[in-house]
Design a protein around this ligand. Sequence first.
Ligand code: FCB
Length: 447
Amino acid sequence: MADQFPAGFVWGVSTASYQIEGAWDADGKGENIWDRFSHTPGKIANGDTGDVACDHYHRYQEDVQLMQRLGVQAYRFSTSWARIQPSGRGKPNPGGIDFYNRLIDSLLAHNIEPWLCLYHWDLPQALQDAGSGWANRDTALRFGEYAELLGRQFGDRVKRWVLLNEPNVFTVFGYLYGRMAPGVTDFSEFMRASHHTNLAQGLGAQALRATVSDPLIGNALNLSPVHPRSDSQADLEAAERFDQFWNGWYLEPLFNGRYPELADPVLETMAVQPGDLDLIKGCIDWLGVNFYSRTVISYDPDVPLLQGSNNPPPDTPKMALGLEIYPQGLEEILVQVKERYNNPPIYITENGMGRHEQAVPGQVIEDSARIKFLHANLHHLHNALERGVDMRGYFVWSLLDNFEWDSGYKERFGLVSVDYATGARTPKRSFEWYQSVIEHNALETSA
Ligand code: FCB
């Protein structure tokens, strides 16, 4: 018995520039907010930084070969904005352009389609300094110019574009809770950032359509079904608010050209201007969903607007990062999106499991827990397909173990383990498992 996937279903892996590239100041690259944040004592577990990371900048050929061995048809990576435009504006930096040209050409030579994500959290520091980054409307305009530049440089070979990675995550954790770069804790900056990231998607898509022929533009939203922690009225209402924020804040503007009701009292704080929502509505061709877990919400009066916070039950299984293992949530959120938004084409742009593993040179990591996790998620994805969701493909997070933001290198998500002392890469058991799923375009249901 097998869950068979449709012909043409795309199998891939995802990574992000800051998490793997290293070479943080090489060949004209400018400083970005994650360089600054990770160089600030106390911000990252163990004092880790992305200065070297997986050194993918120098070892990309080996990584492309690994992907070829894995059999993926597509690779989603992100470009580092400060490598392309060191201060976030103006002329391109030849060193950065060269690097991505080499990477794209190498992918194509190995029959792997490049899926270029324009922004995976590493804003040029100069744009942060000029007016608090995404809290400043100008950053969205700069993003439009950056998109145009990328379109001109790479659009002859790149057709798949991913606008912003998880704007809900980087605005909440970067501007409200301050746990991530730029480390701000200010409600009104958070609200402005949330609108300006929506606006940036509209402007970015417009610029790509003007510079690339036949682009296929999507994004990567972290979506999650939201459940109340108890059946108390307070928890039920908090869960409803949280759903409007977590899932609705980006989906509603994209598909319906409006913010959810929850935004009504704060539209002015968000600095929404006339015409913005028209620009955002319908700007994508397909929806990218990053899925990790469900969200379980308790009433929490201390969180402005949302008045709720994530509070998963203590006794359910968790992966590293404290995320609940809840694969059925993938099916639930996909069916929800289908029903609410008229069944758009969807790719899972991230799904994966973090673990604490020890890289031992020459030894294959037996990550059966990861295999089980991915298997269960794919089974629920297949159920969603059977329930009529227009699923087009799936990307594992991640190809390599990498720099996991404020958790540093402790959390490992790779199908390939990285020995950070030497940079040596060793495929884990899950690599072989994924290889076989791709080869058969099917999931053995008995595994
Ligand atoms: C997602 C991020 C990605 C990675 C995974 C584990 O939220 O997009 O960069 O950190 O989580």
